[in-house]
Write a protein that binds this ligand. Structure first.
Ligand code: HEM
Length: 423
């Protein structure tokens, strides 16, 4: 069996140049794919992940060969932070948590949150003065945090937003790619104080919900109540799920909303069309699920944003055994990545892959859709995104409201892709 291609010599320099030019590790990965093809291995001291791109290997890793891949890596900061959260569990423990947490995130309950999506957006955008400048990455994080806490935990987060802003950012920074990838034991700035503060808050809302339950004998149908109502979930295990949902459920939406506004700002025609649609479709009343469905152009903008800037740009796994992927050997415990970002820009499946073109998702205009697993912003198979329905309805409601209420203009300046916990 041939070994996976690696970089050396002149192509290696070209990759370094691309990374320097774009100030982005992603540019390096894109350059590697260009030189080595859709399967390759990164060979840095201490960091040797194998990277796969394209529908065939995506399907293999996520569906047909999924038993060969594990999520949990004890030495990763994400495991240290989330402990036994859904995202870092494998096997029966994962499936059991997933079964418990799925119902509040299905389409029906999500449609019931449209009022909260709308009102939490208003809580932030009501503070935008006419003619003011807003940093959309910051503002969209505020919106996404209020929404997540109110809908999934039934908690009003407004009084705590400012106090917990830094602890939340620090927890995201803690799990973002960094020196720890190549040097797992590297000394790191301490995040303990902020993480303890966030934990104190999460244990506090669990305690309050248990007390309210003991007093009234009643629980709501939000996720926190579902977890509290389950006899086998102790406070530590509930805290792990809350922190998982808090991070996975808001940092991703923040990125999607901010990138969508950026792309609209860069494309004034698309902005005008999205605005006209929002103004014609959304009245002064709270939108119904049907009204949001009518925002068909905005829907294509959201899909195209997720293609160009997928918030989770790569899926990480660990080989459970000595295995074979696409005819290449992969050794037990090797880190395996399926690249969502590169799959979404693969010229074999996308015309003008780097261009913003919402029409490619308009079924009335395009006949040839790319094959399954060429487009996978929410992953795929049994470990696909548990919040996919939530995120899509949320994005439509938040962007629809902003577009209906404001005229937006992008300030000049360079925006570049940053590989944090999300893109
Ligand atoms: C635009 C928004 C979002 C995007 C692009 C996104 C993307 C993804 C992707 C690609 C995966 C699979 C990762 C893998 O295969 O390793 C995933 C998993 C996950 N997502 Fe999302 N996500 C989004 C929003 C959300 C929301 C709103 C929530 C919670 C309310 C959430 C919670 C999770 C969790 C818990 C998992 C792990 C599921 C499991 O392992 O069973 N995500 N997400």
């Amino acid at each position: 069996m041939p070994s996976l291609p690696t970089l050396s010599g002149l192509p290696g320099l070209a990759v370094l140049r691309a990374m320097g030019r774009e100030r982005s590790l992603l540019a390096g990965l894109a350059a590697m794919r260009q030189h080595l093809g859709n399967a390759f291995q990164i060979t840095l001291p201490g960091f040797n992940p194998v990277v796969f791109v394209g529908p065939e290997s995506n399907r293999h890793i996520l569906v047909s060969g999924r038993e060969d891949f594990l999520w949990r890596t004890e030495s990763d900061p994400v495991t240290a932070l989330l402990r036994h959260g859904l995202l870092v569990e494998d096997g029966a423990s994962h499936d059991c948590l997933r079964g418990l947490m799925e119902p509040p995130l299905q389409r029906g309950p999500v449609n019931g949150h449209i009022a909260a999506f709308w009102n939490c957006t208003a809580a932030i955008t009501d503070g935008w003065a006419d003619g003011s400048t807003q940093d959309m990455l910051v503002e969209m994080r505020k919106v996404a945090l209020l929404i997540l806490m109110e809908t999934l935990f039934a908690v009003d987060f407004r009084p705590d937003l400012e106090r917990l802003w830094q602890p939340i950012l620090r927890s995201i920074e803690f799990i973002s790619p960094g020196v720890w990838l190549v040097w797992p034991g590297a000394p790191r700035a301490s995040h303990k104080k902020e993480l303890d503060e966030l934990d104190a808050y999460l244990y506090g809302i669990i305690r309050d919900r248990r007390a309210a339950y003991a007093e009234s004998g009643q629980l709501g149908d939000d996720l926190l109540s579902v977890l509290v109502g389950h006899a086998e979930m102790d406070d530590d295990l509930i805290r792990d799920q809350l922190l998982t949902m808090l991070i996975a459920g808001h940092d991703t939406s923040t990125a999607l909303l901010a990138w969508a506004l950026y792309l609209l700002g860069e494309h004034p025609d698309a902005l005008a069309q999205a605005q006209a649609e929002a103004r014609a479709t959304l009245s002064d009343q709270l939108p119904t699920p049907e009204a949001l469905k009518e925002l068909t152009f905005l829907d294509t903008v959201i899909k195209e944003t997720l293609r160009l800037y997928p918030p989770i740009h790569v899926g990480n796994r660990r080989a459970a055994d000595e295995i074979e992927v696409k005819g290449y050997p992969v050794h037990k415990d090797n880190r395996v990545m399926y690249s969502i970002y590169l799959s979404h820009r693969d010229p074999a499946h996308w015309d003008a892959p780097d261009d913003f073109c919402p029409a490619r998702f308009d079924r009335s205009q395009t006949k040839n859709s790319p094959p399954a697993f060429a487009y996978l912003p929410f992953g795929g198979g049994p470990r696909n995104c548990i919040g996919a329905a939530f995120a899509q309805v949320e994005a439509k409601a938040v962007l629809g409201k902003i577009l209906r209420d404001f005229d937006l203009k992008l300030l000049p300046g360079r925006v570049h892709e940053h590989m944090g916990a999300t893109l």
